[in-house]
Ligand binder design. Structure first.
Ligand SMILES: Cc1cc2nc3c(=O)[nH]c(=O)nc-3n(C[C@H](O)[C@H](O)[C@H](O)COP(=O)(O)O)c2cc1C
Length: 361
């Protein structure tokens, strides 16, 4: 491989990994040769799989979309084959790249660095028709039979906000989920800088005093379990619901396929990233509200064991989400994002590790 194409491939991948990933796990590595980038899931620890595998494919969809846009920016056209190896479910894409003399096709590359998860409060101002048209551009690009909807009615927003905040009740009510969540937290800038993964407290918009108290309280499951008896997890969920409901809208991807194949999950992730970059372009904040849907997938995939009461709770929250979004029978929600004009004055970047690339020629 000549030096220039190797450098270009490195540039494409480095730009690609600014993509979002569930809990900032960055579960990816790459193999590259002259004209192809192969993308693989780096399988996380068993504990991180408590929430199932589905999120890995959504994440990889966002990554693949970034790689395609970055290749375009650096002067290459791409041909993407999803899940190219039926014997290896960790091999999510093979991306053929070829020098392209045309000017680049999409202008989203320049928003890669600016895009972030914004967990602050948003204004309740509804989205304009123009904003919705921009955001809807990618809707039917990739996922046949899916539709993108905007939830804008105040009661529906509040109901969806309440449903998706059920994740907090579970994160502090289920030992494995609690351990998984707790382990991804980075309490100080120093520890976030050291690992360059996980969720830095400031990006969760928790102030230092609350962070310190939470650190001690949440560290031990015995303490969390004791507080659960006092409905502490429900109070936290209510506070989360209040924040989620402060938004102009929710944008939701609904699929008419009740079975989510790996390819469909990758395509949903590609759509998510396109919508997110378009939102960044028109200066709207975005926060995924994905955990409840991922937890439901994890139950379907039998990655997660829950009590009967917890299963009932999850089903109720999924039903509540479906009602708020007007899904019909046979449809299901793939992802939901809170979207609106952010009140945040300051942004906290989430760091990335150096991507692992193996050059094979
Ligand atoms: C599949 C997926 C699910 C996610 N779910 C949530 C979520 O439920 N709540 C949340 O606040 N952020 C969620 N995120 C955002 C990630 O935590 C975030 O992308 C990651 O920490 C990197 O930060 P950045 O997006 O600011 O670059 C999700 C991201 C992805 C790709």
């Amino acid at each position: 491989m000549d030096m220039n194409s190797r450098l270009d491939i490195e540039d494409i991948i480095r730009a690609g990994v600014t993509a979002p990933s569930g809990d900032n796990l960055q579960p990816w590595h790459f193999e590259a040769k002259e004209d192809t980038i192969d993308v693989f899931i780096t399988e996380p620890d068993k504990l991180d799989l408590t929430i199932g595998k589905h999120h890995l494919y959504l994440t990889h969809g966002a990554l693949i979309e970034n790689l395609v846009i970055a290749a375009d920016h650096f002067g290459y056209k791409t041909e993407v084959t999803l899940m190219p190896n039926p014997d290896n479910e960790l091999h999510t894409a093979s991306i053929k790249i070829e020098p392209d003399t045309n000017d680049y096709q999409v202008d989203l590359f320049r928003f890669f660095k600016e895009r972030s998860t914004d967990r602050s409060k948003y204004y309740n101002k509804p989205l304009s028709e123009e904003q919705k048209v921009t955001l809807s551009k990618p809707s039917n690009n990739y996922l046949e039979g899916s539709r993108l909807v905007f939830i804008e009615n105040r009661d529906a927003i509040d109901s969806l906000a309440d449903a998706v905040s059920g994740q907090i009740t579970l994160f502090f009510g289920h030992q494995q989920l609690h351990e998984m969540f707790y382990r991804t937290l980075r309490w100080t800038a120093k520890s976030a800088l050291k690992t360059r993964d996980g969720l830095y407290l400031k990006t969760l918009r928790i102030d230092s005093f609350k962070a310190l108290s939470l650190h001690f309280v949440l560290e031990s499951w015995t303490m969390v379990n004791f507080l659960k008896k006092l409905s502490f997890n429900k109070v936290l969920a209510k506070l989360e619901a209040l924040k989620y409901s402060q938004t102009g809208a929710f944008c939701v991807l609904i699929s008419n396929d009740s079975q989510t194949s790996r390819k469909a999950a990758l395509n949903s992730g590609r759509t998510l990233q396109r919508v997110w970059l378009e939102a960044t372009k028109i200066q709207l904040g975005v926060q995924p509200a994905a955990a409840m849907f991922l937890i439901k997938e994890a139950l379907n995939e039998q990655c997660l064991q829950v009590s009967e009461a917890q299963e009932k709770f999850i089903d109720e929250k999924i039903l509540q989400s479906n009602l708020a979004c007007g899904t019909t029978s046979g449809e299901k929600i793939i992802w939901a994002i809170r979207i609106g004009k952010s009140k945040a004055k300051k942004k906290y970047p989430t760091l990335r590790k150096e991507p692992k690339i193996m050059f094979t020629q």
